[in-house]
Structures are given as structure tokens and as C-alpha cells.
Design a protein around this ligand. Structure first.
Ligand SMILES: Nc1ncnc2c1ncn2[C@@H]1O[C@H](COP(=O)(O)OP(=O)(O)OP(=O)(O)O)[C@@H](O)[C@H]1O
Ligand SMILES: [Mg+2]
Length: 319
């Protein structure tokens, strides 16, 4: 896909935070020289990971350490630490209110849009502090796209929905280059064949499953690095859900995906790693805080979790 995003990255590089090469190969440590970064083994200093594919074989995209998220005085997520890996699907599971959406929104700074929200601790994206004051949150959201629970296409044509992001990001103008982006994005989202003859039709005329794939195409169109998906199938029927799950499997070759899901089978089917969150109730203050109970390979989480709370949840005995 021709996106011209190098220009955008160049402006991002003015922050001194992002290295100048293409984001697909973006190195991990902002303090290293470009040469050092190119010769570094991905994840070479990572500890081995019990059960999952060893971390030495996977580049870390997000490194979260002791992250706390507050809404005003209320702490919604406490001391979460985990690593998200490149070209993997990472699932967040846990009962309602345990902070899955809150944490997911930290990954592309969507919480910035909530006035009371405040984040403490460390969240590094390719080694860069995502909350550094010099980091441009608009550029962050271009690189880290989001798909929401309810399909939310704009009340515009199918073509315009996909072209919107690239146009705003200055990746292309109306014309053949934009047509290419629209077609490629719709193809990647497995929607092209269904809509290629009706690109000028209003997107709201599509089925729910088609609308959600259109939203995925819209997220892909700005050539992101990561896709965040918050319960992307919860409004869809089983057939549409299967299509999205298959689509995700194909997309992980090009993107790293973090998905929130309430569907245990879905987490087990699609994800490589699973994080289980729970709610801790403080009886004295009667406050409820989201905590990360366990994070491991999906296979281990669903067959032999280390924590009894995980086992109770994945086997349906709780939540
Ligand atoms: N904008 C907000 N302002 C204040 N509190 C919020 C806000 N968004 C979420 N919360 C609170 O933060 C906690 C975590 O909410 P969050 O939506 O992250 O949970 P969740 O795990 O995604 O739940 P669900 O599975 O129901 O979507 C809840 O107690 C919720 O009430
Ligand atoms: Mg949620």
C-alpha cells in the first residue's frame, strides 16, 4: 500500500522519540543509536516466557509496567504489568467493570479524551514512553487503530468511510492513490468482493457484520501498526463473528492485535496470549479496582492456569 506515511513519521521524529525507519522495523530502545538498533536482536534482553512462545522470538510492541488508571479519585486499574508482542493476538478477558476497556484505551491514548482520566506508571510503545509530553496523540492514534464494540461507520459512502482517515492524515488525496488505499483496505478486511460494485452507497445500508468489517478497513486504511478491538463481535451473529475471527487470523501477519472479549471460546480460538483481569473489592472503602490476575500463553491460561481465580473464570465457575 502506498501511503506516504514516512512524511508523517518524519514529523513524529521531530519529537526525537521515534527512529527514522519504517514503523514495521521500529527498534525497541530510543536511547540506542540507529546502527545499534538495527543490529539488536529483537527481544534479546527479554526473560524467557513460561509456556508461550519464548519472548526472545517476539518483538515487544507494548511494555506496560505498574500502570494505574484513575477517573478522578477512583482507581479503575491497579498496577498492571504486561508485554504485548508483535504479530500476535493478545486477548483481555475478565468480568464486567474490571478495567479491560480502560486499559485498552491507554494503548492509543483514547483516555486523553476523557477529562477525569489519569494514567500513572509506564507504558512503552516500541520502547517509547507513549505518555511523554512530546508524543503526538493524533499520530499515536493513526499508528494504533481502534475498532469498537458497536460498528460505528460514518453516515457516508463506503468509499468515504475508508478514505476519511488517509485524507485527514495527509496520506493521499482523492484520486487513483486513494482508490488504491480504499481497495487494499477493503480487501484486507475481507469486504471488497461484497462492496466493490456499491462503493458509493451509504455505509449504513450494510449488515452489522459488514459494517464491522468496514470499521476494520477504516482502521487499516491509515496503515497502522496495531489494532485495538473492544468486543468487536458482541453485536454480531455467529456467522459474522466467525468471519471476523478468520479475518483477525489473517491480519496478524501484518498487525499486532489486542482484543477485549467476553467470549471465552473466542479468546481461546483466536488469541496467542491471554490476560485475565478481575475486580478486587475493598470492603472498608467499598471501592472496586481492576487488577491483572494472570497473563500467559492462551494455551496455558485455558488448560493449566497458575491462579485459581483464572481457572474459576475460564471454566465458567465465576463471572
Ligand atoms: N469515563 C469514565 N468515567 C468514570 N468511570 C469510568 C469511566 N469509564 C469506565 N469507568 C469505570 O471504570 C471501571 C472499569 O470500567 P471499564 O469500562 O474499563 O470495564 P470493562 O472491564 O471494560 O467492563 P465491560 O466488560 O462491562 O465492558 C468501572 O468501574 C467503570 O464504571
Ligand atoms: Mg469494556
Amino acid at each position: 500500500m502506498t501511503t506516504g506515511h514516512d512524511t508523517r513519521l518524519d514529523s513524529f521524529n521531530d519529537t526525537g522519540l521515534y527512529p527514522p525507519n519504517n514503523h514495521r522495523d521500529r527498534p525497541e530502545d530510543p536511547d540506542m543509536t540507529a546502527t545499534d538498533q538495527r543490529t539488536q536482536e529483537p527481544g534479546a534482553d527479554s526473560a524467557p516466557h513460561d509456556g508461550a512462545e519464548p519472548e526472545t522470538e517476539r518483538t515487544v510492541i507494548f511494555d506496560v509496567e505498574d500502570l494505574n488508571v484513575y477517573y478522578g479519585d477512583f482507581r479503575a486499574v491497579r498496577d498492571a504489568s504486561l508485554k504485548v508482542h508483535k504479530n500476535e493476538i493478545t486477548a483481555f478477558i475478565g468480568p464486567s467493570g474490571c478495567g479491560k476497556t480502560t486499559l485498552l484505551r491507554c494503548f492509543n491514548r483514547m483516555n486523553d479524551l476523557i477529562e477525569t482520566a489519569r494514567v500513572t506508571g509506564s507504558l512503552r510503545y516500541h520502547g517509547v514512553d507513549l505518555y511523554h509530553p512530546k508524543v503526538d496523540s493524533v499520530e499515536v492514534r493513526r499508528q494504533i487503530g481502534m475498532v469498537f464494540q458497536k460498528p460505528n461507520p460514518f453516515p457516508k459512502s463506503i468509499w468515504a468511510n475508508v478514505a476519511y482517515g488517509p485524507r485527514v492524515a495527509g496520506l493521499a488525496k482523492k484520486g487513483p492513490a486513494m482508490d488504491d488505499i480504499v481497495e487494499n483496505s477493503l480487501r484486507k478486511a475481507a469486504l471488497w468482493d461484497e462492496v466493490k460494485d456499491r462503493l458509493d452507497d451509504n455505509a449504513l445500508g450494510l449488515s452489522g457484520g459488514q459494517q464491522q468489517r468496514l470499521c476494520i478497513a477504516r482502521a487499516i486504511a491509515t496503515d497502522p501498526d496495531v489494532l485495538l478491538m473492544d468486543e468487536p463481535c458482541s453485536a454480531l451473529d455467529p456467522i459474522a463473528t466467525t468471519r471476523i475471527e478468520e479475518l483477525m487470523q489473517g491480519l496478524k501477519d501484518d498487525y499486532s492485535i489486542v482484543i477485549v472479549t467476553h467470549n471465552m471460546q473466542q479468546a481461546a480460538r483466536v488469541s496467542d496470549r491471554t490476560a485475565f483481569f478481575s475486580v478486587e473489592v475493598n470492603p472498608e472503602s467499598d471501592t472496586r479496582t481492576g487488577i491483572l490476575v494472570e497473563y500467559d500463553s492462551t494455551q496455558k491460561m485455558f488448560s493449566n492456569p497458575a491462579d485459581e481465580r483464572t481457572e474459576n473464570y475460564v471454566t465458567g465457575r465465576f463471572g
